[in-house]
Ligand binder design. Structure first.
Ligand SMILES: [Mn+2]
Length: 384
């Protein structure tokens, strides 16, 4: 008994504002669907973030619809949960996946937390829940326990979730690995874009990862582990997981070059690009020296503009490398630091703590928790 496990396809994502990248995500998805059909599994599971947005562009919706119809024609049922990108963080809203219900998509939701896939070689329990933020994770844990109880009557059990786990993302998780039941044969996870396979209790836990490079920090993982989906055989005691790799439509080149080797580096990359079928994305970081950023970017853009889809230069001069406060934020804006800087006149770290907290809660849409946090802060002031 075999099924395909896929996740984080992010249809509708127009990376760097480029139509070509939107098409790349669509192409990788179509390739995945064709591969699934070629493998002829008994069913397929999508663990969330089918779309980039909760209101996907029409083209993304059509791509999803064609896929569901194709799989239906091939008699491959599809089970899906909504990911954080598919859901609107408001009560009683429906994820776009619901549009495919009449085309046979089986949406796993609080209203319909599980299905039983009837199969010639036995029945399979497929249950789960859509993405829950850290602030609703208590509710999610209860839900998971109920699903576990319902699953125990079946001899093959799959849990489908779209969550970050502390073991793999120690700073941004919603669930701890210990929150997951140990009785499922397979935990079909989504959310983390890297491929992960791990042991969990009596079975396996797996993230198939994203089907395209969604952020440039996925390039290293892609080079090591590829991108695609899993083919899972649950006939035996322990699931057997086979990695199916996709051929991505375009290369994502990420290179670091020392300034004094820039000329050689450009030549080498240019030669490499000539071997490629389609124009790559190039993220080139130059380190060292002390030159004008704009001149350097002009050189890089001039060298690659014609043979790359997108050139993304980056410069870390010696001066910058020596300035610790700036290198701290070299990869991302350090919001906490910015707030601290802004609020330093208050001379109280509780104030910047409150600001960071409020920003987090409110950007997650948890207004209730934000007002509670503010109330507690002012109560604290009175105590003092
Ligand atoms: Mn995702």
């Amino acid at each position: 008994m075999q099924f395909a496990h896929i996740s984080d396809t992010h249809l509708g994502y127009r990376q760097y504002g480029l139509l070509e990248r939107e098409n790349d995500f669509i192409e990788s998805f179509r390739e995945a669907v064709d591969e699934i059909i070629r493998e002829r599994p008994d069913f397929a599971v999508h663990s969330g973030d089918l779309f980039e947005y909760s209101r996907p562009p029409t083209k993304a919706l059509l791509t999803g619809q064609n896929a569901i119809l194709k799989l239906k024609e091939e008699k491959i049922p599809v089970y899906a949960v909504a990911g954080n990108h598919d859901v609107v963080m408001r009560r009683n809203t429906l994820p776009p996946q619901i549009l495919y219900r009449d085309f046979g998509l089986k949406l796993i939701s609080p209203r319909k937390p599980f299905y039983v896939e009837e199969n010639s070689s036995g029945n399979v329990f497929i249950g789960g829940a859509p993405y829950a933020s850290r602030y609703t994770s208590k509710h999610l844990k209860e839900r998971i326990q109920e699903i576990e109880r319902a699953s125990l009557d079946y001899n093959k059990r799959i849990l489908v979730l779209h969550q970050g786990l502390d073991r793999y993302m120690p700073y941004e998780y919603e669930l701890k690995i210990g929150d997951l039941p140990k009785t499922f044969n397979y935990c079909a996870m989504g959310h983390i874009h890297e491929r992960i396979v791990d042991d969990l209790g009596e079975g396996k836990l797996a993230y198939p990862g994203s089907t395209e490079i969604w952020r440039s920090n996925e390039v290293e993982g892609y080079k090591k582990n590829g991108k695609g989906f899993y083919l899972v055989d649950i006939s035996g005691d322990l699931p057997e997981i086979e990695k199916i790799d996709l051929e991505l439509p375009r290369e994502f080149i990420k290179e670091n070059i020392q300034f004094h080797e820039l000329e050689d580096g450009i030549k080498r990359i240019k030669t490499y690009i000539q071997t490629l079928k389609s124009k790559p994305i190039l993220q080139l970081t130059v380190e060292g020296g002390n030159l004008s950023r704009s001149e350097l970017y002009e050189t890089i853009n001039g060298a690659f503009a014609d043979n790359c889809l997108s050139v993304r230069p980056n410069y870390r001069s010696d001066a910058l490398m020596n300035d610790e406060s700036l290198t701290m934020g070299k990869d991302a804006l350090n919001i906490k630091k910015m707030l601290e800087e802004r609020l330093k006149d208050f001379n109280d770290e509780k104030v910047s703590e409150l600001a960071t907290g409020l920003l987090k809660e409110m950007s997650e849409g948890d207004i209730k928790r934000a007002s509670k946090m503010a109330a507690e802060f002012y109560e604290g002031l009175c105590d003092n």
